[in-house]
Design a protein around this ligand. Structure first.
Ligand SMILES: [Fe+2]
Length: 283
């Protein structure tokens, strides 16, 4: 084989290997990873959490974007894992649907099986607001026996201590009325449920936020393996993409969520059930 022919074959091999690699990655991202449920178990240190609340478990499920044909098993499994965690509180942080409210009732049939000692609380996501209304989702939650917090909060007593759970509307499809969210708050630790994570900056500047739980970003949905870089950013989810972040005495945890939007692909960014244990202290 002369040098020119050798180079031609090398180039062909390179292109063929590249194509096979790209097709395999796409196949994995399409056929496998969206169904590969992962569980994140993490302690979150809160500087002002009373000692009597140390060990409080919050399970978070978010961004279902429910598709009954392909996701029933995934969501059923997520419900089972969540119930096995014996959570004190379950947070559902929005985007139950993508384009139609027709999938909401079958999703609530599955979510109705969730159990928590001190309540299950949901908030609106941007897709919910674009294709449905607050009253529609609130009614569905109420009929399933779950709480729905939109620009309102509620104080609950756990181990003799009050904890304030507040939920905002989606900032993208609705209006965040933070004074309304804190009406009734009288100094107790605050867990804020907010679909879009970037609301964190304004919320914590004006109000007490011990922990904000958010979704919306899907963790980027596709990330660069090992490095973890997420190239695709979404509006109101540009500053906090996935995992825990700390700002002064406030913490935010952003879950990768369960579903997908746009192309049904996930890469190095598996669907997630988050089981968070609150700890009193600072890192
Ligand atoms: Fe969203």
């Amino acid at each position: 084989m002369n040098t020119q022919t050798h180079r031609l074959f090398s180039r062909r091999n390179f292109i063929r290997t590249g194509l096979i690699g790209a097709l395999s990655s796409y196949g994995y991202a399409y056929w496998i990873e969206p169904d590969r449920l992962s569980v994140t178990r993490q302690d979150i240190l809160l500087p002002h959490l009373p000692k009597s609340l140390d060990g409080l478990i919050i399970a978070q499920l978010t961004d279902f974007h429910y598709q009954p044909d392909s996701q029933e098993e995934l969501i059923s499994e997520a419900v089972k894992i969540t119930n096995a965690a014996n959570a004190d509180i379950i947070a559902l942080t929005g985007d139950y649907i993508t384009h139609t409210t027709g999938v909401f009732a079958p999703l609530m049939e599955l979510l109705g099986k969730l159990r928590a000692k001190h309540g299950i609380y949901g908030v609106m996501g941007n897709h919910d607001g674009w294709y449905g209304s607050v009253s529609y989702f609130k009614k569905g939650f109420r009929e399933t026996g779950l709480e729905f917090l939109v620009n309102q909060g509620t104080s609950i007593k756990i181990n003799g201590e009050n904890v304030y759970i507040t939920g905002t509307d989606s900032i993208w499809s609705g209006t965040v009325d933070s004074p309304a969210c804190y009406r009734g708050h009288s100094g107790e630790p605050v867990i804020a449920l907010v679909h879009e994570p970037d609301v964190f900056d304004s919320l914590r500047q004006n109000h007490r936020v011990d922990l904000q739980l958010s979704g919306h970003t899907h963790g980027g949905q596709c990330r660069v393996p090992l490095v973890g870089y997420a190239p695709v950013k979404v509006r109101y989810g540009e500053n906090y993409i996935h995992g825990e972040y700390q700002k002064d005495d406030s913490r935010i945890f952003v879950s990768r969520g369960l579903g997908t939007v746009g192309h049904r692909v996930r890469f190095a960014c598996a669907p997630e059930v988050a089981i968070l244990t609150l700890r009193s202290g600072r890192s």
